[in-house]
Design a protein around this ligand. Structure first.
Ligand SMILES: Cc1cc2nc3c(=O)[nH]c(=O)nc-3n(C[C@H](O)[C@H](O)[C@H](O)COP(=O)(O)OP(=O)(O)OC[C@H]3O[C@@H](n4cnc5c(N)ncnc54)[C@H](O)[C@@H]3O)c2cc1C
Length: 467
């Protein structure tokens, strides 16, 4: 491992970076898109540069360094610390010992242990021709780029009539809390709840962690029940799909029959933040052959609203200019060929890879899938760097590639789970899930063993990312 490369981000200026690299410094090209916020000062160049130090980006960095410690790897991450989304709902639910400290992890020890670089800055533009990423702190060159920026909310796509001020209000007063930096603020809003209804919306289309809104509704109901807070948890699901549906519905009926109210096919039309009301259109279908249904518009008050808008790939993907799907989410199009039917390489650029929630594979946008994908993508990139061939299809089908638990009760701790197998499905990685019953004696989905497994899974995932 070249020490000077490793410590490159500590250096300043083009000359110093060039000296450290032992090469002629690349000249920072002017930013192509989104320029203006960053600076063009060249901080250095790396063999593999990863945008995003979340679940997938951290996995790729660590795995690459485990495969070959001489690889020169660096991450650009805008946050100074890592906060986990998984288990944040258990915190809202008042599950014992789960607080912000439990969800928070520091980057420095892992970065030092595996000797990858990390720049705490925000990417402002990407020049794929010059192979330079511009950030708020300077420019960084790369041989191979990994896009791992996660999601953003698509308020504008969902509500074209909303202006920036209204969107800012939604973000502040009714946060979606699917992004790690929102958990602390959202927790305070929930803690301030004295009574009345907690309303949560579930978006249509691809969104981060399909069971998360239902897990959150369940955990809030658990908290309200335990604290004796009077009110309902009203779920407004834009579609009729419920991840781990049978297991959640059984739990709501058994444990929270007076609290959880579930509404399918309920599309948010507007929110009045001053009056604290939400207006939605509910469609009730008579049977499966009824394609039109009967539509009713309703306006209901809320004490706390967890408005989860449509999700989309983080705008960093648009900055990179790689091809995406045309739908609202804008998934990254992945490369496919006869030799390598499925891949983490993007379809647009052989030097650019994508991992995590943004991928165009038909796999769940989950932390566990991000870890699995991060490991496989690192293998694929390492082979290229070593001048060897590797097809992701060679590790498929893969049983239990995504195992996802949800805590549904805090006393006793009980959980439910889904298990996904990944396989080659045409040009993408596909998945098939199953929801097992954890308590075979009582014939129930939820089980104490799954409650324990929820904690074990989180411990294991944090080991994967940080140990
Ligand atoms: C409430 C909740 C519960 C969940 N529970 C589970 C669970 O039980 N099990 C499970 O497997 N998954 C769960 N998930 C899903 C999981 O959190 C995500 O799927 C996972 O975080 C996706 O990883 P990622 O690397 O794609 O994105 P992230 O982990 O979000 O990482 C992306 C990183 O990129 C950074 N970034 C973005 N743009 C830039 C830029 N321009 N410059 C610099 N940095 C940038 C961001 O700051 C972020 O740190 C849950 C999610 C939520 C919201």
């Amino acid at each position: 491992m070249n020490n000077s490369r490793r410590d490159l981000f500590k250096l300043v200026g083009v000359g110093a970076a060039a000296a450290a690299l032992g090469t002629t410094a690349i000249i920072a090209a002017p930013a192509t898109k989104g320029a203006g916020k960053g600076t063009d000062k060249l901080l250095g160049k790396h063999q593999v540069l990863i945008i995003g130090g979340g679940w997938s980006g951290l996995t790729v960095a660590k795995e690459l360094k485990k495969i070959d410690p001489t690889f020169d790897v660096a991450i650009i991450e805008k946050n100074s610390k890592f906060i986990s989304c998984p288990m944040s709902n258990a915190k809202l639910g008042g599950v014992k010992g789960i607080d912000m400290a439990f969800l928070t992890h520091q980057y420095a020890p892992t970065k030092a242990k595996y000797k990858y670089g990390m720049l705490n800055a925000e990417v402002t533009s990407i020049d794929r021709v010059a192979k330079v990423v511009h950030t708020t702190k300077g420019a960084v060159g790369y041989d191979m780029l990994v896009l791992a920026p996660g999601i953003e909310y698509n308020y504008k796509g969902q509500f074209p009539a909303w202006n920036d001020a209204k969107i800012a209000k939604a973000r502040k007063l009714t946060p979606a809390a699917l992004i790690s930096t929102e958990h602390e603020g959202f927790d305070k809003i929930v803690k301030g709840m004295k009574g009345g209804d907690f309303v949560i919306t579930v978006p249509a289309g691809k969104y981060r962690c399909p069971p998360a809104p239902f897990e959150r509704a369940t955990m809030i109901a658990n908290m309200m029940k335990n604290k004796g807070i009077k009110g309902k948890v009203i779920i407004l699901n834009e579609t009729a799909e419920v991840a781990k549906g049978a297991a959640f519905k059984e739990t709501w009926k058994d444990l929270y029959p007076e609290i959880v109210v579930y509404n399918a096919n309920s599309v948010t039309k507007d929110i009045d933040f001053a009056k604290k009301t939400i207006t939605y259109e509910e469609t009730v279908f008579a049977n499966k052959d009824d394609l039109e249904g009967v539509k009713t518009t309703k306006t209901i008050p809320y004490a706390v609203l967890n408005f989860i808008p449509h999700n989309m790939s983080h705008p960093t993907i648009a900055l990179s200019g790689v091809e995406t799907t045309k739908d609202g989410f804008k998934k990254v199009k992945m490369a496919t060929s006869e030799a390598k039917p499925v891949s983490y390489q993007t379809a647009s650029d052989a030097s650019v890879y994508a991992v995590g929630d943004v991928v165009g594979h038909a796999i769940p946008p989950s932390g566990q899938a991000a870890i699995w994908s991060g490991k496989v993508a690192a293998k694929e990139i390492a082979h290229v760097l070593h001048g060897k061939s590797f097809s992701v299809a060679s590790v498929l089908p893969f049983k239990s590639a995504n195992v996802c638990f949800s805590m549904v009760n805090s006393n006793p701790e009980q959980g439910i789970m889904v298990n996904h197998e990944f396989m080659v499905q045409g040009p993408v990685i596909g998945s098939k899930g199953s929801v097992p019953k954890g308590d075979t004696v009582n014939d129930k989905f939820r089980a104490a063993s799954f409650g324990g497994a929820t904690r074990d899974w989180y411990r294991g995932a944090m080991k994967d990312l940080f140990n």
